[in-house]
Design a protein around this ligand. Structure first.
Ligand code: F0G
Length: 471
């Protein structure tokens, strides 16, 4: 697997993100950290040698070539901005056909002026979450290296995505590690149905992540978690599509839920690169939203002042915090199981993104998230609980005055509503015992926007009366 530190020779290469190290590795190497210093890696490019378009608008020419899989894909139609793989090795299943939707209903809820709130609906991806953007890229890289097995730890969406790419392409076997009882049935059912080897570990995501790294290292299995820098190259394209939806104008804010911090890291890199390449003339601000029950980034960044610090974030501060969590026996806990993570693997990369994009971090409660989710659902674009952190966080930032009423804000809806029907049904239920069991136990006291089913006798008059009473 890991080999010697090299100097770059090709258009694409891998590079340690620590500026004081900056070791480079060949694009064909399979690795998730730097041998020299243990840091995270970027995929980097010799942009002078790359065929970068002169303007973002020139990507519109791809729209007329939608019969070609690489132009249809919402990831690979931007391939000039992630030129690490030969076209004949790309594995695509039409990911990234997603929508930027202006929502005045949700805008009103968060306190923005009409036309100011946008939902980037990544639930439209083939496996129902944003993960497919990254998976097509990591899977493509895995394919170029000849991998036959690919693994991940997951709170459910990464595993569904990996299982799907393996199932469709038959190029690799998927081996997924999940915390027992920690993923929603929607996601578990996908992995099982698509035929992944599913390892349920007695533990949570943080445990599963630790183990999958050990196992894939030891067994030489290709790891597709977001420590894999190729994953994040694919996830950059979510931002390209946001810009496309805004006719290449940069919004004021990008708001995204934070779990393992892959998206936020990828978004930072996307905008930083576009700016360096002269393809945009200003940068948006970034807001990363944690759940209160899994708020490592919030705690470290906002309360303890952890910063990127030119590539030297205070490692002792991070280690002390993790030791505190262990001493207190505190595990991540939120209804938003997708982001139920206390040890985000991309922490330092995310700090860099927060630095580049003048970012902020907030935490929102499960109740705030579920109320926001109900408002998003009522707008027609249902999402899973974690996704709604972006809207709940925007509301909070508006109330604080950090976001101004007239600003243009893009919230990323990371996963589809059908991923986790249990939380949705419990929110809307008229059955108090069910509400208490699923949500009350997590500190949710009230469903402000519950849409309760009307119970009625199997009798025509009673049904008509119920409709008259409620419509
Ligand atoms: N939203 C959803 C729906 C997710 O599935 C995840 C992560 C996130 C947000 C957080 O994104 O990790 O880039 O900060 N899910 C991972 C998984 C951990 O295993 O599916 P992040």
């Amino acid at each position: 697997m890991a080999s010697t530190v090299q100097t770059k020779t090709d258009l694409a290469f891998q590079r340690c993100i620590q500026p004081s190290c900056a070791a480079t590795y060949d694009v064909g190497e399979v690795r998730t950290s730097c041998t020299a210093c243990g840091g995270l890696l970027d995929v980097d490019y010799d942009w002078d040698a790359a065929a970068v378009p002169k303007s973002l608008a020139s990507f519109e020419q791809k729209w007329s070539r939608r019969h070609e899989p690489l132009s249809l894909s919402g990831v690979w139609r931007f391939r000039e901005l992630l030129p690490f793989a030969p076209a004949d090795k790309v594995v695509t299943i039409g990911e990234g056909q997603t929508l930027l939707h202006v929502s005045d209903g949700v805008g009103r809820f968060v306190g923005l002026k009409p036309g100011g709130l946008f939902l980037q609906y990544e639930g439209l991806n083939p496996s129902g979450s944003f993960k497919d953007n990254g998976m097509t890229a990591a899977f493509t890289h895995a394919h170029t290296t000849g991998a036959k097995r690919a693994a991940c730890a997951s709170t459910g969406n990464t595993s569904a995505s990996l299982a799907l790419y393996c199932g469709v392409s038959k190029l690799m076997q998927a081996i997924i590690f999940i915390g027992s009882g920690k993923i929603s049935y929607g996601k578990l059912s996908q992995a099982l149905d698509y035929g992944a080897l599913t390892i349920q570990i007695a533990g949570d995501f943080d445990d599963a992540m630790h183990r999958v790294r050990q196992v894939s290292d030891q067994q030489g299995i290709y790891l597709v978690n977001s420590v894999n820098p190729f994953r994040l190259e694919g996830q950059k394209t979510i931002m390209y599509r946001v810009l496309e939806g805004l006719r290449w104008q940069v919004p004021d804010w990008i708001v995204v839920p934070g779990g393992n911090l892959g998206n936020s890291s990828a978004f930072g890199k996307a905008f930083h690169e576009l700016h360096e390449l002269g393809l945009i003339d200003r940068l948006p601000r970034l807001a990363v939203i944690n759940a209160t029950g899994a708020s490592t980034l919030y705690e470290l960044f906002e309360r303890r002042g952890l910063r990127w610090n030119a590539g030297r974030p205070d490692a002792a501060m991070v280690n002390n915090y993790y030791a505190e969590l262990d001493d207190a026996g505190r595990r991540a806990s939120t209804i938003a199981s997708a982001i139920e993570i206390n040890r985000p693997v991309n922490l330092t990369k995310c700090l860099r993104a927060l630095e580049w994009l003048n970012g902020v971090v907030r935490e929102v409660t499960d109740e705030q998230m579920l109320n926001a989710k109900a408002q998003i659902g009522a707008s027609g674009l249902g999402c899973e609980p974690a996704s709604a952190a972006s809207v709940a966080g925007t509301k909070l930032l508006r109330e604080e005055g950090v976001i101004a009423p007239g600003e243009r804000v893009v919230c990323i809806l990371t996963g589809h509503q059908l991923k986790d029907p249990t939380a949705t049904v419990a929110y809307h239920t008229a059955d108090q015992a069910e509400f208490n069991r699923v949500l009350g136990s997590r500190g949710v006291s009230r469903a402000a926007f519950a849409n309760r089913a009307v119970q009625v006798e199997n009798d025509l008059d009673a049904i008509v009366r119920a409709i008259q009473l409620n419509s």
